[in-house]
Design a protein around this ligand. Sequence first.
Ligand code: ATP
Length: 363
Amino acid sequence: MSLAFRATVAARGFDVSFSLAEGETLAILGPNGAGKSTLLNLIAGLLTPDSGEAVLGGEVLFRVPGGAGAPDRAPDDRPARRVLTPPHARSVALLAQEALLFPHLSVLNNVAFGPTSAGVKRSESLRTARRWLAEVDAAEFESRKPAQLSGGQAQRIAVARALAADPKLLLLDEPLAALDVAVAPAIRRMLRRVLEGRTAIIVTHDVLDAFTLADHVIVLDRGHVVESGPTRRVLQQPLDPFTADIAGLNVLSGIRTAHGMRTAAGDDLVLAEADDLPPGSACTVAIRPSSIRVTAEHPAGVPNTLALTLQDLEPRGDLVRVRAGDLSADVAPALAADLDLTPGAAVWFSFEPSAGALYATGS
Ligand SMILES: Nc1ncnc2c1ncn2[C@@H]1O[C@H](COP(=O)(O)OP(=O)(O)OP(=O)(O)O)[C@@H](O)[C@H]1O
């Protein structure tokens, strides 16, 4: 279902408009206080705007006439009426950072809750719940209680529960932020699978999430859109310096191999599993500069090593950004000094398989 959104909230300096086509995932990026949660809360019905309108698949979520961009006239030319559809009637599911499952219900009943409360027969609700549990690779946990789940398992169940209610729009509020770095890649891949073809908005601090999950990106700062467009265009060729700073990621393209990827430069990388990418397909891996290790000698025991020539060094907060080839690594100043890093020096960049987020190129 497509979404058209425009809203102002004066007390928060919030004035945002955007539209989202059916089946697309939009990532909202921005620093603390940019207005990301405000935007989700307006759509979910937890906050009322001062003015604006949001229409999801022809249904008005809210219409508050008065301010800039808010319609004063209805389509039939009568004065527009204020409409505030209650949250439960919006067909919008909100997935929070924490899984927020019902503690007293089993996993199966947690997932069946949405369809059951919508009046679907019990047997049918259970069938739907089992289908979604299988979809998020969590069928084996159906009789457990939430307290018996790890953070990553609970988040899988929360995704199944949100989708079992068959929402027209799925809102995800930093769904990976509360998870262990070791489990985040698997959950990210699961989300990528279930978001395919689904209308969704994901709020994140993490450009990796945007790269791997979203078709389009909006960058917010202080309640305003500073840049928007297709994910790769915005994050790889940012027009706004603010976006460029946010997008500080390494990206390597190549061809999927049995265990990872062969880069365009001919380096064989070992990467985490990605079942949806068959060998031979064009793919891209994104790696954070902070996940790259820099050494003067070839590092032993690390699967991914790249021999590069150092280009330059630049202070970046508490760290030093080391640029070599097309890659950047962030290292502690003491390490940069110990390594005697000077432009033109030969260096090795290395990273663990789990540090790379692999995704199909062109999606
Ligand atoms: N309940 C509130 N009452 C008044 N102002 C608020 C409230 N919640 C947030 N704000 C203000 O609205 C602005 C946007 O905040 P919001 O929480 O939407 O940002 P955010 O991008 O989600 O930030 P974060 O990444 O820290 O979650 C900020 O200036 C914030 O101080």
